[in-house]
Design a protein around this ligand. Sequence first.
Ligand code: PGA
Length: 251
Amino acid sequence: MRRPIVAGNWKMHGSRVENARLIEALTAQFPAESAAQCVVCPPVVYLSDVGRLLRDTPIELGAQSVCAEAQGAYTGEVSAAMLKDVGCTFVIVGHSERRSLYGEDNVLVARKFAAVQSKSLIPIFCVGEQLAERESGQTNDVIARQLDAALELCGAGAFANAVVAYEPVWAIGTGRVATPDQAQEVHAFIRGRIAARDAKIAAEVRILYGGSVKAGNAAELFAMADVDGGLIGGASLKAEEFLAILAATRR
Ligand code: PGA
């Protein structure tokens, strides 16, 4: 059985005061019986702070990005070892905003995936197609290229300790969520692509859906056979909404 995960990607939002308020609200109402794993990914500058607030809670800490290099003269960058040092257990790599706004290509994302794993952190490896790619029937090709870059660099074995997030770019922050069938189709494709190299690992890897997930649409997405939870942007900034999404995961 794959344990569901709900991860909140706060993006570039929050402040010390707002973060403390959000964590307080999340922990105060956190369901004692939650079977799902819950992660929040604040901006890097707040990781230590939020990590302290999460101590002795079931909520885990994740980062939104990482440098592919281990250490050295990389002004402005943060290494996987540093993220581990401040208490992260997860790191998002290859988010579409990193790919499209900061020029991260498949090779760089795969190197980041490797850097995260080299420190025994769990990558949340994002893949997803743009609207034009979907409309021209290229969804599977795009996803295959994104996935294969990591499979080729690290091998299928690396996915034993990784989470994949399918995030159609046209659904991120747009309110236009993929239908459960659209999500399931791509999730099954991702699992199949990994299965072609290692069926056991593919059966166990958790694949999250991301893109306009809300309390009102989470349950129908999470009910799909290959959807193991969600990567949540906007709705992760509201405690009630985020907890309702967590409650919508499979038991
Ligand atoms: P959204 O973002 O939930 O606001 O659409 C999802 C993401 O970018 O991970």
